[in-house]
Design a binder for this molecule. Structure first.
Ligand code: SF4
Length: 294
């Protein structure tokens, strides 16, 4: 059977498609990545769409669709879900996968709790890692459970894999013990945390203290969501607090088209500007520039 796989909008190799590919290849089928234009050439078509803001292409009715861009309920069958992904589909030279799913928090801007439910352990790294030097971990909140976190991180340390905790770790759960193990991990990318809501300041300060104790503050970046339910004053307060705590910050605008959010993100995220120009001066210079252009 000829099976066509359509990746509509992924920014990284699509894990679900790589698992579907692995499943059908073991049954002797021919697998090919394709586009909606050529869908008619295949006996079966699977399409995956991750984001809900991208356009839905026109697909034959028989297409089996999945991904959060179509539905929060669509899930792979268990026998597909547990397979080693077919990394050859994207010539992907690193491993990727989830060792846990879900999240126990309930951030109002996030679909994870609705999509995946409460935090639950699902597997260890050996289910999707087969010797690659790098591993992109997709867990939403790996350090929710300390024992599980240490078990997974110990596997990474033992195998000397360079790790990208791509969805970040939760600063509110961070403990001394977790930081002790984290310090031994070979990092592929900086460790991400978040300070999205004003109410979590105390937990952020406590967590940064632990990071600093283990000299992990230099390897950490805090994502700071703006434009959701904080004021510009609160945004500046969080950024300057993180600066004083000696951790890097990266602004995530809730609305990328909002002028203030766009400018504030540009100021923080361009480090040469951030280090040398105050927000008030940067903001004033933008306004003056606009006046001159009028
Ligand atoms: S902690 Fe992260 S994964 Fe959990 S609900 Fe909040 S944003 Fe989503």
């Amino acid at each position: 059977m000829k099976i066509g796989l359509i990746d509509i909008d992924s920014k990284i190799p699509n894990l679900a498609l790589m698992k579907i590919s692995a499943y059908f290849k073991t049954q002797g089928n021919q697998i090919k990545m394709t586009s909606p234009l050529f869908a008619d050439q295949f006996d079966e078509i699977f399409a995956s769409k991750i984001f809900n803001y991208t356009e839905k292409p026109i697909l034959p009715d028989r297409t089996i669709v999945g991904g959060s861009g179509y539905s929060l309920d669509a899930k792979l069958d268990e026998d597909m879900e547990n397979l080693m992904p077919d990394y050859s589909l994207y010539n992907c030279d690193y491993a990727m996968g989830f060792t846990s799913r879900g999240c126990n928090r309930n951030c109002p801007f996030c679909i994870v709790p609705e999509k995946e439910g409460k935090w639950q352990a699902v597997c260890d790294i050996y289910q999707f890692w087969n010797g690659q030097n790098h591993l992109k971990l997709l867990d939403n909140s790996l350090n929710t459970d300390e024992n599980f976190f240490i078990a997974i991180v110990s596997q990474m340390i033992k195998e000397k894999i360079e790790i990208d905790f791509s969805q970040g770790l939760d600063i509110r759960y961070l403990t001394d013990k977790q930081a002790f193990y984290l310090k031994q991990v070979k990092l592929w990318k900086r460790i991400h945390f978040a300070w999205d809501l004003m109410g979590t300041e105390k937990a952020v300060r406590r967590g940064v203290k632990i990071l600093t104790k283990y000299k992990l503050n230099w390897q950490s970046t805090f994502y700071v969501l703006i434009g959701f339910n904080t004021t510009p004053e609160e945004d500046l307060y969080r950024i300057e607090t993180l600066r004083n705590l000696k951790v890097n910050s990266f602004v995530m605008p809730f609305d990328k088209f909002d002028r203030y959010q766009k400018n504030f993100a540009r100021w923080v995220n361009r480090k040469a500007i951030f280090e040398n120009v105050k927000w008030q001066d940067y903001n004033r210079s933008i306004k003056n520039e606009k006046l001159q252009r009028m």
